[in-house]
Design a protein around this ligand. Sequence first.
Ligand SMILES: O=P(O)(O)OC[C@H]1O[C@H](OP(=O)(O)OP(=O)(O)O)[C@H](O)[C@@H]1O
Ligand SMILES: Nc1ncnc2[nH]cnc12
Length: 174
Amino acid sequence: MNLKKLIRNVPNFPKEGIIFRDITTILQSPEGLKWAIESMEKSLEGLEFDYIIGPESRGFIFGVPLAYNLGKGFIPVRKEGKLPYTTKSKAYDLEYGTATIEVHTDAFTPGQKVVIVDDLLATGGTSKAIIDLVEEMGGEVVKLVYLIELDFLQGRKVLGDYNVTSLINYDDEE
Ligand SMILES: O=P(O)(O)OC[C@H]1O[C@H](OP(=O)(O)OP(=O)(O)O)[C@H](O)[C@@H]1O
Ligand SMILES: Nc1ncnc2[nH]cnc12
């Protein structure tokens, strides 16, 4: 299946010079959505872990069905001020700005293994912030799975030796 055809490219959103890779057009397609979830799921075959953890908001779209299908729990990572209980937070840079994310302090117990799921890897700032949060809380990140990777932003360099899978790659800004 040619998933790139199902991704809408929106130039100059949310800022001049950014080509936004819009996944709403994949979500609209029953075949595209099925392919995306099933392919992400395949990349986790045989892996032992306790939770899927994913960032607001697009990480929820893919993380929850994966967790449900694999019989795991899901841990939401939210933007600042949204989680109601005690949180641990981390500030980070994005391709088009800065943000702070938070996770509940009792989301998992030390020693547990988590898989990070998100729609897209760009600079790696969001994922690195999640890795830092998980590790500072005593957890272990055993894999990261993305639908899309913007290779030219070199997010993988930021992620170092972690086990990373992405399904659709963009090598340059076109
Ligand atoms: O690799 P990075 O440079 O960190 O960029 C990738 C992140 O940026 C986007 O989320 P965004 O913060 O725009 O939030 P949204 O999902 O709510 O739109 C995307 O869904 C990833 O989470
Ligand atoms: N170019 C892009 N398109 C969609 N989501 C993004 N998140 C960060 N960069 C992005």
